[in-house]
Ligand binder design. Structure first.
Ligand code: NDP
Length: 250
């Protein structure tokens, strides 16, 4: 099965890793629904196979309506990339319930709503690809970011559970676990780290570069190539797995 002509849906598809994946899938011939909260950001990158739908993944009703709108326009979702997420570190003793809920609502509840709605149509077919954008924080503890770490571990649990539920159906479920990728999140993190640690933003960015044993930030397009491979014909036996893409950081 090739990617050409397939309907893909990428949450957080208007920027960073999600946009790189959406563009790679569109270049391979897919019709790609891209979602996010900021209409202007989505509109600015739409066209050439990318179709914007505004939805907040923390809002169940918006995800139900957004996926239904995408399905009405382009048919059942055949490739689902649960990528929307936020990353913020905070010591647990400074973590109030609102902060915890915001991280969980976006990263974990958002993936749950998205996968459930996409599976409504996909589970009746004999081919489908589901990818969750976890993190190295889904594979190991990330210092000072217990809530984020818990949410990213949870996404891997969701993927592993689904891979068991749909074994042998032609649907596969995998998670990608990147290290530090050169996107807005990393730049926001550099600002936050510099404020917390009292170091310059450049020094904070260096900390992230140094964490990668290749000594560089990862390009969003590298993550997109991994996603493209997981959606392509050569990976149909890869199911319930995590792909670490982190320059040896784990
Ligand atoms: P970006 O900030 O560029 O992308 C995050 C995307 O998620 C945005 O497009 C944003 O769109 C969307 N998003 C955030 N909150 C919501 C929400 N409530 N509802 C709908 N969409 C939402 O950063 P990245 O591309 O780096 O992040 C993508 C994913 O990759 C995240 O899940 C992140 O945790 C993960 N990741 C990133 C790493 C990195 O170093 N960059 C490392 C490991 C994992 P909008 O604001 O318009 O809603």
């Amino acid at each position: 099965m090739t990617i050409a002509g397939k309907h893909a849906l990428v949450t957080g598809g208007g920027s960073g890793i999600g946009l790189a994946i959406a563009r790679a899938l569109a270049e391979a011939g897919a019709e790609v629904t891209i979602t996010g909260r900021r209409a202007g950001v989505l509109e600015a990158v739409s066209g050439a196979g990318l179709h914007p739908i505004v939805m907040d993944v923390t809002q169940e009703a918006q995800v139900i309506a957004g996926v239904a709108q995408a399905v009405a326009a382009r048919g059942p979702v055949q490739i689902c990339i649960a990528n929307a997420g936020i990353a913020e570190g905070r010591a647990l003793h400074k973590t109030d319930a609102d902060f915890w809920r915001q991280i969980m609502a976006t990263n974990l509840d958002g993936a749950f709503y998205t996968l459930r709605e996409c599976l409504t149509g996909m589970r009746h077919t004999d081919w489908g690809r589901v990818i969750a954008m976890s993190s190295i924080a889904g594979l190991k503890g990330l210092k000072g970011a217990a809530a984020y770490t818990a949410s990213k571990h949870g996404m891997i649990g969701l993927i592993r559970g689904l891979s068991e539920d749909y074994l042998g159906t032609g649907l596969t479920f995998n998670a990608i676990c990147p290290g530090y990728v050169d996107t807005e999140i990393v730049h926001r993190n550099a600002t936050a780290i510099s404020q917390r640690a009292g170091v310059s933003e450049e020094a904070a960015r260096t900390l992230m570069v140094e964490a990668n044993r290749h000594k560089r930030l990862i390009a969003p397009e590298e993550v997109a190539q991994a996603a493209l491979w997981l959606c392509g014909p050569g990976s149909s036996s890869i199911n319930g797995q995590t792909i670490e893409l982190a320059g040896g950081q784990v």
